[in-house]
Design a protein around this ligand. Structure first.
Ligand code: DOR
Length: 432
């Protein structure tokens, strides 16, 4: 029987952070404390923090159809290197994942190639309600994704009647990209006449995000339906959402907490272009307030790789999105070290809450929980480089940034898949 003992780490347990051993067997956590059993493998974790496995609940791994940007193998490799033990992948592939069979196709590939746990969203259209209903009982389907405004790919659903039907007839998690298509179309001249990505947040302005978020929360209220709104970008939305926490869970991204306009566009050009866009510092501060006062539930990366050749096309022909699954943990640990949030709050948003929202036996170091752990060094200094990124796109907006705090081991189902920045090939973990 395979067993793994993590000795003497500083464990972030529910409600307290203590020095303890963690013993895992058969893919689960079996004992926490002063463990006297012997194990087939032992990690001496003195000085390391032991976190429940980090879950990245918003990634775009591009398979099928866009595998020149990424595929499930390279995406999962990036996850493992970044200390991420589970990823939940979005449906704007080619074809879009809008049927159970398309979902199954992705699941089959992931079963073969993924190094970490995985889940997939099914995308909502104006005519696939039956597929959405059926997908709810598919293992590894984590929920429904709705694009209220168009972004990368062709998925879009903003018909209130259709949305209401989905809200009423399904029970699984619904994750929502909230931008108002009508506002985006009304303002499209700003985009068409722009000479650089600095205009991107002007085109996709606060109104386009806020009006959409208000509309969808109103619909959630009307139908008494829980929803999860993805990548919130404005202080106005944080203020608005704070009054709706009984029904709405909220995600923010490390890039919106770290980069800001106009600086990011001046430094990175189209490489800072994403939807919804990176806004000014006052919005970033609003997002941080949301993190600290618990309006924000979840941190996800929105890993959305595009090749350099694609990003180098003159704006607005450059696609929106940036990679992030490998940098989410280092960027956020650096914020912890800078005193912006506690390690416990980070763990809550990047592990505990996503596990709760998506109904997984993960997100806590507790007896009986799945054996997913992320071991981090809070004192390790590192300069992020493009070269170390496993994404096929080969770049990160954080290249050159010096961070303090790095993932050191990624443990999935009681098996080490990454140690000290190296992927381990031995033994494929049971993925759930
Ligand atoms: O910037 C973005 N890129 N936002 C999205 O919603 C989609 C993503 C992508 O898939 O490229």
């Amino acid at each position: 029987m395979n067993s793994l003992l993590i000795r003497n780490g500083i464990c972030v347990l529910p409600g307290r952070t203590i020095k303890a051993d963690v013993f895992m067997e058969n893919g689960s956590i079996v004992e926490i404390g002063q463990v006297r059993r012997s194990a087939t493998q032992v990690i001496e974790a003195e000085g390391l923090h032991v976190l429940p496995g980090i879950i990245d609940s918003q990634v775009h791994f591009r398979e099928p159809g866009l595998t020149h940007k990424e595929d499930l193998e390279s995406g999962s490799r990036s996850a493992a290197l970044g200390g991420v033990t589970s990823f939940y992948e979005m449906p704007n592939t080619n074809p879009s994942t809008t049927t159970v069979s398309a979902l199954q196709h992705k699941i089959d590939i992931a079963r073969r190639v993924s190094r970490v746990n995985f889940g997939f969203f099914i995308g909502a259209t104006d005519s696939n309600l039956e597929e959405l209903i059926a997908a709810q009982s598919v293992e590894h389907c984590v929920g429904i994704k709705i694009f209220l405004g168009s972004s990368t790919g062709s998925l879009l659903l903003n018909d209130r009647k259709k949305l209401k039907e989905i809200f009423l007839k399904t029970r699984c998690p619904i994750a929502i990209h909230s931008e108002n298509e009508e506002v985006l179309l009304r303002r499209v001249d700003i985009r068409n006449n722009a000479s650089s990505a600095v205009s991107h947040p002007d085109w996709r302005n606060v109104e386009s995000a806020l009006s959409s978020t208000k509309m969808i929360v109103e619909l959630a209220r009307e139908t008494n339906r829980k929803i999860h709104v993805l990548h919130i970008t404005s202080k106005e939305e944080i203020d608005f959402l704070s009054a709706h926490k009984d029904l709405v869970t909220v995600e923010v991204l490390p890039q919106h907490l770290t980069l800001f306009s106009p600086d990011c566009y001046e430094r990175l050009g189209n490489y800072a272009q994403m939807n919804p866009p990176i806004r000014t510092k006052d919005h970033q501060e609003g997002l941080w307030r949301g993190v600290l006062n618990e309006v924000v539930d979840v941190l996800g990366s929105d890993h959305a790789p595009h090749t350099r050749e694609e990003k180098d096309r003159p704006y607005p022909n450059s696609p929106s999105g940036m990679p992030g699954v490998q940098t989410m943990v280092p960027i956020m640990l650096n914020h912890v070290n800078q005193g912006r949030l506690t390690l416990e709050r980070f763990v809550h948003m990047a592990s505990t809450r996503p596990a709760q929202i998506y109904g997984k036996n993960k997100g806590r170091i507790g007896v009986g929980a799945d054996g997913d752990l992320t071991l981090v060094s809070m004192s390790k200094n590192h300069t992020i480089t493009n070269g170390e990124q496993a994404t096929k796109s080969g770049w990160t907006p954080f290249a050159g940034m010096e961070v303090r705090g790095m993932p050191v081991y990624t443990i999935v189902g009681g098996q080490v898949v990454m140690a000290n920045g190296q992927l381990l090939e031995a033994g494929k973990p049971q993925l759930i």
